[in-house]
Design a protein around this ligand. Structure first.
Ligand code: IFM
Length: 444
């Protein structure tokens, strides 16, 4: 087996998706609160008002983690719980919650991996332009300072952003995420500020947590050309460098935007001081990779490779998200990142699958597809480790069924089934399988 005994097997969640208590104990409104309360934005009108009620049930949830044998738990802090207006007055009750959560995790011998930004921006900051306002670099720094001062004595693994591609483009260009803007150029402006905010936050965390590890989490899809033709290969390449994965990887690791991408993006980048992105290139200790699916790209009918055309794969196996299941992609990405941007410790910070799980029957939730999905992706990760990739941990997405953003509660990613009427938790067969897997991998 390639997985070392001290490999960190874990599970991940995020604040808005599980906590509930949306306006309780002084928490300010976040953009997802506003968005989900706007008719027509989220499937079935679902909101995160209650979600999994983790805010009140975290002790039981940690018991569940302990029972599954998790070594680490990845969660995010809700910015408006700490700073209801985004900056200024601190809400101590919000900090107290994360204090208790962290203490409880440590008491259970579970390592906390904390993410500062997983998309629940304070609405008060959105009202001032949110990620489009350059001042957000300072706002994020202030928030980072407060959280890392308070929790840095116990939390040693710090992530600045979760999936900044989503926070930039799904939010500002595709309109699918709160607050639902739809202008390509705005996506690039937001991406720029997310990168600068990352660069500003890392040294603050280092100062407050000198013995901490700091990183960032990027979503990565496998990008395959539809054919071997040069034009299709170019299309797949441009999908990454012109606003795709390399749009974040290159600034973070090299200090500049990919020149091949910049060439294709003239008017979208107007007004952005591209050179300023060198401040995003600060040493980090790990990179988190969220991997779910593959996308296939081709050139356009007239042979031009840009904008790249996505080629649907109707016959490929898919999850309920309509995402192609492609475990080799995880191996490809891990080895590619290691060779291109390493050496750096890597974690799979999210990987998992949504399926339309049925409620428990006699306490059992059968989810064989999810088990197969995880098995295949673990095997891909194992192959990468065997070839020398320094993969240190793996977080299954997600611990609990939860609020899957614009899809509300309809898409279940959890290894634990949540009945959203009673909030009862039932470990699915995949959770029990994962428990046995962890035990087998880590036994002395
Ligand atoms: O639920 C999300 C999570 O918030 C970020 N990564 C992808 C997951 C599944 O869509």
């Amino acid at each position: 087996m390639a997985f070392p005994k001290d490999f960190l097997w874990g599970a991940a969640t995020s604040s808005y998706q599980i906590e509930g208590a949306a306006l309780e104990d002084g928490r300010g409104e976040c953009i997802w609160h506003r968005f989900s309360h706007t008719p027509g934005k989220v499937l079935n009108g679902d909101t995160g008002d209650v979600a999994c009620d983790h805010y009140h049930r975290y002790i039981d949830d940690i018991k569940l983690m302990k029972d599954l044998g998790l070594k680490a738990y990845r969660f995010s802090v809700s910015w408006p719980r700490i700073l209801p207006q985004g900056v200024g007055e601190v809400n101590d009750l919000g900090l107290d919650f994360y204090d208790r959560l962290v203490d409880e995790l440590l008491a259970a011998d579970i390592i906390p991996f904390l993410t500062l930004y997983h998309w629940d921006l304070p609405q008060a900051l959105q009202d001032r332009g949110g990620w489009l306002n350059p001042e957000i670099v300072g706002w994020f720094s202030e928030y980072t300072d407060i959280v890392s001062r308070r929790l840095g004595d116990r939390v040693k693994a710090w992530t600045t952003h979760n999936e900044p591609w989503v926070a930039a483009f799904l939010v500002h260009a595709f309109g699918e995420h709160a607050p639902g803007l739809k202008e390509w150029a705005l996506g690039f402006q937001a991406a720029h500020h997310l990168l600068l905010a990352h660069g500003a936050a890392v040294p603050i965390i280092r100062q407050n947590v000198p013995d901490g590890q700091v990183g960032i989490v990027l979503d990565q899809a496998e990008r395959t050309p539809a054919t071997d033709s040069e034009a299709d290969q170019q299309a797949a390449y441009l999908s990454g460098v012109a606003g795709g994965h390399q749009w974040f990887l290159d600034p973070i690791f090299k200090g500049y935007y990919p020149p091949d991408g910049v060439r294709y993006l003239t008017e979208q980048l107007e007004g952005i001081d591209l050179d300023a992105v060198k401040s995003a290139c600060v040493p980090i200790d790990y990179l988190g990779i969220n991997y779910y699916f593959r996308m296939v790209f081709a050139a356009n009918e007239d042979g031009t490779p840009f904008p790249p055309r996505i080629v649907p794969q109707p016959d490929a196996p898919k999850t309920q998200m309509d995402w192609e299941i492609y475990p080799d992609g995880l191996y490809n990405i891990l080895t590619y990142i290691h060779k291109t941007y390493g050496p750096i410790d890597l974690y799979v910070t999210e990987n998992g699958a949504a399926y339309p799980d049925r409620p428990p029957v006699n306490g059992v939730v059968e989810d064989p597809e999810r088990i197969a999905y995880l098995q295949q992706h673990f095997a891909a990760a194992e192959r990468a480790i065997a070839e020398g990739v320094p993969l240190k941990g793996y977080f299954v997405w997600s611990l609990l069924d939860n609020f899957e953003w614009a899809f509300g509660y309809e898409r279940r990613f959890g290894i634990v089934y949540v009945d959203f009427n009673t909030l009862t938790r039932t470990p699915k067969q995949s959770a029990l399988w994962y428990k046995d897997w962890i035990a087998a991998q880590t036994k002395a």
